[in-house]
Structures are given as structure tokens and as C-alpha cells.
Design a protein around this ligand. Structure first.
Ligand code: NAD
Length: 343
């Protein structure tokens, strides 16, 4: 039996419960301590999840007690926390958004690479079961070379109650949800070179955009449309489903409500229903997202143990965050932005 790796989780706020439940489902690792500068939150998380120790200061990273750190704080804190981990030689998994702009992402990645410390971005959408299956279908060649994708996230879930900081976030929707779609676009369609984008602030009083329409040109010459909105009223509310389609030279896969993939190929159509695993701790409507968290964490642990590259390593994620940066610059300037000019 392999010994379990000991992790420190930093940030015991809204989303951290999913991380902590998730770690309990992961093989080969456990959370040995939690940390939050808010003592009540740190103590509360330790008590709720039966974790032996809690701390208020991330300086505990230097104690030598941890094989990895899971950073579940908002993006403005990531550069300083990752630097502390890297300087202590502790491998990192850090929640999306990696950082608020591409310059900060580049600095974080360069610092980690120079120190030889592995860093992975916790990007869980590509680990949803439905997108693992969709990728398998694309890789099988069933619909031929891909030419077009649309990835759409439109709902009116009240994110503002659980995550009030989003009301004041200037780079809001593209960083909060668009980044998941941009990573999915890269996962399913490959890297992209050019970006245009239009942003909207639909709900009054926001510091940033709550809707965006992004157009990507992939290196393969395929195009992807990403459209995201937290101001789209539908009943029933499709949260948290990503919908859309992928077209290839020989067929199409539609991503439909109810976690259904409809595959059109060879003159026929078939549906595959891909349900997230139900775990004891998941609950609707969050199940699909919650289920992807331990899958993401397991990938981190497996790659750390084997020495394999993380799918969403800091280095690879630079491409994703360059797309987000390009989207903001396009929206501000009205121009097409070339990724090569940002890196
Ligand atoms: P939150 O504000 O509720 O919690 C963050 C916690 O981190 C707070 O308790 C804060 O005190 C603590 N913290 C901040 N800086 C710290 C430091 N230097 N040392 C110790 N503690 C510190 O935030 P949240 O809503 O839980 O979101 C955290 C991250 O998770 C965000 O980046 C968000 O975008 C992401 N998120 C991801 C998903 C997903 O599906 N991947 C879903 C929701 C949220």
C-alpha cells in the first residue's frame, strides 16, 4: 500500500466544502490541515471534516509537514500564496481563476518553473464525465476533423449570495465562467490563435461584465463561439450545464440539457445520457460540478506521484488565460487580438 500524501488546504470559504468532501474520495492523499486567516472558518472546516489541525497563517507551508497545498482562495491572493508554496518547495493545486491578468499568470509560472515546483490549476469542467466522454468520441474520429464548436453557459443562478465578491470584480464573467469554457474549447478543439469578444453588463450595479460572447480561431482553422451569461432567464434553470455542439467534417455532437450527448454520424442519430456519479455529499443542482472536483484532485495526485504533466499545468494554462486576456482586450478595443502578441 502506498503512503498517503499530506496536503494543506488554504481558504475555507464557500467552495472549500466541495474540495474537502472531494479529498475524502481521493486515493493516495488526504488533507492533514486547513488554513484560513479567519480563525472561525479554519476551525469550523477542521471540525466539520475531522481534520487534525488548523492554522491562520500560510507560513505553515514552510513547516515541512506537507506534500502539497490546495489553494481555494480568490484570484487576487494566488500570486502571493503560490510564491510561499514554491519557495517552500511544496507542489500546488490552485483554484481557477489562476490570476486576474496574463502578466500575473506569466510571473507565477516563471517563478514555479525556475524553482522546479509543479503547479496545476484546478480546472474542473474538463473533468466532468460528460466532457471526458465527448473527448473520447472526438478522438475516435467518429465525426471527423472538427470544424466548429459552440459552448454555451446561460442561466440566472444567484451567484451573488454565495460569492458576494463577484459584485465588485471588474474582470467578472469571463474569469468566473468564461475561463471554464475557454479551457473546454482548448481541451476539445485544440489551441487557438485569435480572439474577438463583446461584453455586456446586464444586471445594474456590477463592477464588471455578466455576459460575454467570444469568438475563437483555432490553430486547426476551426472556430468556437463561447457565450456566457448570468442574466439569462430560463425555466427550468439549466445551471450548471454547459450546452452547445461540435461539428466535424463527418458528423455533429450536440450537448443537450439533461447531460445528453446526441451524436449524428453515418446518417444516423443516437443519444448517450452521461450522468455524474452521485456521491453521498453531492446535491442538485450542483451535482455535475461537485462530482468533477474529486476527479480533478485525483488527476493532480496521480500525476504528482507518476511525474506526468498535469493536463492543466501552470504552463499549459497560460494558453487558456491568454485567451481570456485577449477577450478583455478585444472587448475594450473592438479589435481582433492575436495570442502571439500577449505571450
Ligand atoms: P471565499 O471568499 O468564500 O473563500 C476564500 C477564503 O480564503 C476566505 O475564507 C478567506 O478568508 C480565505 N483567504 C484568503 N486569502 C487568504 C490567505 N492569504 N491565507 C489564508 N486564508 C485566506 O471564496 P470562494 O467562493 O470559496 O471561492 C474560492 C475560489 O473558488 C475562487 O477563485 C472561485 O472562483 C473558485 N470557485 C470555483 C468553482 C469551480 O467550479 N471550479 C466554483 C465556485 C468557486
Amino acid at each position: 500500500m502506498t503512503t498517503e500524501m499530506n496536503g494543506l488546504l488554504i481558504g475555507c470559504g464557500f467552495f472549500s466544502g466541495n474540495h474537502l468532501h472531494g479529498w475524502a474520495d481521493v486515493e493516495g492523499a488526504r488533507i492533514a490541515a486547513v488554513c484560513d486567516r479567519d480563525a472561525d472558518r479554519a476551525r469550523g472546516a477542521a471540525e466539520t471534516f475531522g481534520i487534525p489541525a488548523w492554522h491562520q497563517d500560510a507560513a505553515v507551508l514552510g513547516s515541512g509537514a506537507f506534500d502539497f497545498v490546495d489553494i481555494c482562495t480568490t484570484m487576487d491572493t494566488h500570486e502571493a500564496l503560490i510564491a510561499q508554496a514554491v519557495d517552500a518547495g511544496v507542489p500546488v493545486i490552485v483554484q481557477k481563476p489562476f490570476a486576474p491578468d496574463i502578466e500575473t499568470c506569466l510571473r507565477i509560472e516563471a517563478h514555479a518553473r525556475a524553482a522546479g515546483v509543479p503547479v496545476m490549476v484546478h480546472e474542473n469542467f474538463r473533468f466532468q464525465k460528460i466532457f471526458r466522454r465527448l473527448k473520447e468520441i472526438l478522438d475516435s474520429g467518429e465525426i471527423g476533423e472538427t470544424t466548429f464548436a459552440r459552448l454555451s453557459w446561460r442561466n440566472d443562478i444567484d451567484v451573488y449570495s454565495n460569492q458576494p465578491y463577484l459584485l465588485k470584480t471588474e474582470r467578472f464573467m469571463i474569469m468566473d465562467v468564461g475561463i471554464h469554457m475557454l479551457d473546454l474549447a482548448r481541451f476539445l478543439m485544440g489551441d487557438a490563435a485569435d480572439v474577438t469578444c463583446l461584453n455586456q453588463s446586464v444586471r445594474p450595479g456590477l463592477a464588471g461584465e455578466d455576459a460575454a460572447t467570444i469568438l475563437l480561431r483555432h490553430d486547426s482553422a476551426a472556430t468556437t463561439i463561447v457565450d456566457v451569461s448570468y442574466a439569462a432567464h430560463r425555466h427550468p434553470n439549466p445551471f450548471p450545464q454547459t450546452l452547445g455542439e461540435i461539428e466535424g467534417r463527418d458528423g455533429t455532437v450536440q450537448i443537450l440539457e439533461g447531460e445528453i450527448l446526441r451524436i449524428h454520424s453515418g446518417g444516423a442519430t443516437r443519444d448517450e445520457a452521461i450522468a455524474a456519479d452521485t456521491r453521498g455529499w453531492t446535491s442538485a443542482p450542483w451535482t455535475q460540478i461537485q462530482d468533477s472536483v474529486p476527479r480533478t484532485e485525483q488527476h493532480f495526485v496521480d500525476a504528482l506521484r507518476s511525474g506526468a504533466e498535469f493536463e492543466t499545468s501552470a504552463q499549459s494554462s497560460l494558453q487558456t488565460y491568454a485567451l481570456a486576456e485577449a477577450a478583455y482586450r478585444s472587448a475594450a478595443s473592438g479589435r481582433l487580438i492575436h495570442i502571439a502578441d500577449l505571450m
